[in-house]
Design a protein around this ligand. Structure first.
Ligand SMILES: C[S@@+](CC[C@H](N)C(=O)[O-])C[C@H]1O[C@@H](n2cnc3c(N)ncnc32)[C@H](O)[C@@H]1O
Length: 120
C-alpha cells in the first residue's frame, strides 16, 4: 500500500466518526447547505439531463440537490471514501424519493473515473 493509500485509510476512519452527527443533523444540514449548493449548481451550469459526478459527497451535499436539478433524465454518481456517510446519503435519497442517484465508495486520490458517461 502506498503512503497516500495508507493515509486515506486513516482519513476514512476519521470521517466515519461523523456518521452519527450527519444522521442527527440531516434536516438542518439540508437547509443550511442549500444556498451553497444552489450557488455551486449555478456556477457549474448544471441543467436537467446532465450526468454528474460528485466527489467526496459525504452524507449527500451537494449530490442530492444536484439530483433534483438534473431530474429523471439525468443522473448523479455520489462518491466518498466513507461508505457509512454514503449510507446516510442513500437514506436521504430514499426519503426524498430520488431514484436518479447512485452511490460508490471511492478514494478519489487513487482512482481514475470513466468520464465518457459524464456531462463535461
Ligand atoms: C467536509 S466533508 C464534505 C462532505 C460533503 N461534500 C459536504 O459538503 O457536506 C469531506 C468529505 O471528504 C471525504 N474524503 C476525504 N478524503 C477523501 C478521498 N481521498 N476520497 C474520497 N472522499 C474523501 C470524507 O469522507 C468526507 O465525507
Amino acid at each position: 500500500m502506498s503512503d497516500s493509500e495508507t493515509s486515506n485509510v486513516e482519513a476514512h476512519l476519521d470521517w466515519d466518526d461523523g456518521v452519527a452527527a450527519a444522521r442527527k443533523w440531516k434536516d438542518q444540514a439540508a437547509v443550511s447547505g442549500r444556498p451553497t449548493n444552489e450557488a455551486l449548481i449555478d456556477l457549474a451550469q448544471i441543467r436537467p439531463g446532465m450526468k454528474v459526478l460528485d466527489l467526496a459527497s459525504g452524507s449527500g451535499h451537494p449530490a442530492l440537490d444536484i439530483a433534483r436539478v438534473v431530474g429523471p433524465s439525468g443522473h448523479v454518481t455520489a462518491t466518498d471514501l466513507s461508505s457509512k456517510l454514503l449510507a446516510v446519503a442513500e437514506e436521504k435519497a430514499n426519503e426524498q424519493g430520488l431514484s436518479n442517484i447512485s452511490f460508490q465508495e471511492v478514494d478519489m486520490e487513487n482512482n481514475h473515473f470513466q468520464t465518457r458517461h459524464l456531462t463535461l
